[in-house]
Design a protein around this ligand. Structure first.
Ligand code: SAM
Ligand code: SF4
Ligand code: SF4
Length: 378
C-alpha cells in the first residue's frame, strides 16, 4: 500500500434510525437548522462506483478488486429518489445535484433526470438540476441528458497536461476525452458550464495558469477547489493544500481579476472576474471561482444535505454517520411521514466541521470512520 494511504473502515452500514415525529405538521417550506440555516441544496449520489481512481478521492490501493461496492438491492430506485426529492422540494430545496462516484455509470440516468425535472418549488418555480461528472462518458450522453431536462453540468478536470492528468485519475484517462465531453455539452446547448479543478501542491499546481488561460474568454467558469481532508483514506496533508489566496495571486500576476459578489445564498465559491483594459470586470472574458473548503470555512450559510446511493442522509460532508431514509421508504411510510421526518432531522442539525477545524487547526483528529466522498458525492 502506498505511503500514507489509510485502510478503509467501512462506515456505510452504520445508518442511524430516522424517526417520524408523532406530531406531524405540514411542510412549511422553510425548516431551519439549529444555526438558523435553511435547506436549499440536495446532493444525490446515484452510484458509489467510478471508472477513475483519483488519489484524493478513491485511492486505488483501497478501492481495488477486493473493495465491496453496495449491492444492487440496497440502491435507491429512481422512483424512490424522485419521492425523496419531492419531499425536499416542499421544504425549500431549489437545487438538486446528481453526483457519485461517477453518476454517468448509473444506467439510464436520463430517466431519473426526466422525473426530477418535473419537480417545482412550493412557489411553482422549476428546480435547478445539475450533474457533477468526470466527463468520461459525457460525449455520448450529453444530448439525452439535455433532452431529459438537465439544467447544467459541472465537469471535473485537474490538469491540461496529459501526463499529469493521467497520473491524477490513476487509470491513464486522457485529457482529450474530457475536453471532447465539454465540447459535446456545449454543442447540445448546455450553458454556464463549470470546470472544477482540485489543486494539490506539488502534484498539479503548475497547471493553475495553463488551465486559467485555456478557459479564459470561453464562457466556461473554472473553479479551483482546495484539496480537502474528506474521507479517511486519502492520506491528506495540509502541506499539499494550495490556499485559494495563492491561486488568486498567481493568476492575478498574468490575468487581472476583480472580486465579484456571490451569485446566490450559500454559494461555496468566491467569484473573481477577468478585467478589461480599464480594470473593469468584462463578462465576455468570464470569471473564475475559488472554493476554500480548508482555509476559509463556509459553514455559516451551509444549506446542503447529501443523500447516499443507499438512501442515507448526511448533514455534513464530514459526517461519520447517515440517517436511514430507505428503512422508512421500504416500510411503506407516506409522503407526509417522509417530509416530517426530514424536517425534524434538519431542525436538529448543528454540523459545522470546517469552522471547528479552523478553530482547532489542521491537527484536528481525523475520525477513521468518516464517510468517503465517493459514497456521498461532492
Ligand atoms: N465523479 C464525479 C466527478 O469527479 O466530478 C462526481 C463525484 S466527485 C466525488 C465530486 C467532486 O468532488 C469532484 O469535483 C472531485 O474533484 C471532488 N473531490 C473529491 N475528493 C476531493 C478532495 N479530497 N478534495 C477536494 N475535492 C474533492
Ligand atoms: Fe471518481 Fe470523481 Fe472520485 Fe475522481 S473525484 S475518483 S472521478 S468519484
Ligand atoms: Fe457544510 Fe459541513 Fe462543509 Fe461546513 S463542513 S460547509 S457544515 S458540509
Amino acid at each position: 500500500m502506498q505511503e500514507r494511504i489509510a485502510p478503509l473502515i467501512d462506515a456505510r452500514a452504520a445508518g442511524r434510525q430516522l424517526i417520524v415525529p408523532t406530531r406531524r405538521t405540514p411542510p412549511t417550506g422553510e425548516p431551519r437548522d439549529k444555526l438558523q440555516r435553511p435547506l436549499r441544496d440536495l446532493r444525490i449520489s446515484v452510484t458509489d462506483r467510478c471508472n477513475f481512481r483519483c488519489n484524493y478521492c478513491m485511492p486505488k490501493e483501497v478501492f481495488d478488486k477486493r473493495y465491496k461496492y453496495l449491492p444492487h438491492s440496497s440502491l435507491l430506485t429512481f422512483e424512490e429518489i424522485a419521492r425523496i426529492a419531492a419531499a425536499f422540494s416542499q421544504h425549500g430545496v431549489r437545487k438538486i445535484r446528481l453526483t457519485g462516484g461517477e453518476p454517468l455509470l448509473r444506467k439510464n440516468l436520463d430517466r431519473l433526470v426526466e422525473q426530477l425535472a418535473q419537480l417545482s418549488t412550493p412557489a411553482g418555480n422549476p428546480l435547478e438540476l445539475t450533474l457533477t461528472t468526470n466527463a468520461s462518458l459525457l460525449a455520448t450522453k450529453a444530448a439525452e441528458l439535455k433532452a431529459a431536462g438537465l439544467s447544467r453540468v459541472n465537469i471535473s478536470l485537474d490538469a491540461l497536461d496529459d501526463a499529469t492528468f493521467r497520473r491524477m485519475n490513476d487509470v491513464g484517462f486522457p485529457v482529450s476525452k474530457v475536453l471532447a465531453g465539454i465540447e459535446a455539452a456545449q454543442t447540445v446547448g448546455f450553458s454556464r458550464i463549470k470546470v472544477n479543478m482540485v489543486v494539490k501542491r506539488g502534484t498539479n499546481d503548475h497547471e493553475v495558469i495553463p488551465m486559467a488561460r485555456y478557459f479564459y474568454g470561453t464562457g466556461v467558469t473554472l473553479r479551483f477547489i482546495e484539496y480537502m481532508d474528506v474521507g479517511a483514506t486519502n492520506g491528506w496533508l495540509m502541506s499539499e493544500v494550495l490556499p485559494s489566496s495563492e491561486v488568486i495571486s498567481r493568476i492575478q500576476a498574468t490575468l487581472p481579476l476583480v472580486p465579484l459578489p456571490p451569485a446566490n445564498d450559500g454559494e461555496t465559491a468566491v467569484r473573481w472576474g477577468y478585467t478589461d483594459g480599464a480594470g473593469r470586470y468584462d463578462p465576455a472574458l468570464g470569471e473564475i471561482g475559488v472554493i476554500s473548503s480548508v482555509t476559509r470555512a463556509f459553514c455559516g450559510d451551509c444549506n446542503r444535505i447529501r443523500l447516499s446511493t443507499d438512501g442515507k442522509l448526511y448533514l455534513c460532508l464530514y459526517a461519520s454517520q447517515g440517517w436511514d431514509l430507505t428503512r422508512l421508504l421500504r416500510a411503506g411510510k407516506s409522503d407526509v411521514d417522509l417530509a416530517a421526518a426530514i424536517a425534524t432531522l434538519w431542525e436538529q442539525r448543528s454540523d459545522r466541521y470546517s469552522e471547528l477545524r479552523g478553530m482547532t487547526g489542521p491537527a484536528i483528529e481525523k475520525t477513521a470512520r468518516r464517510i468517503e466522498m465517493s459514497y456521498i458525492g461532492g
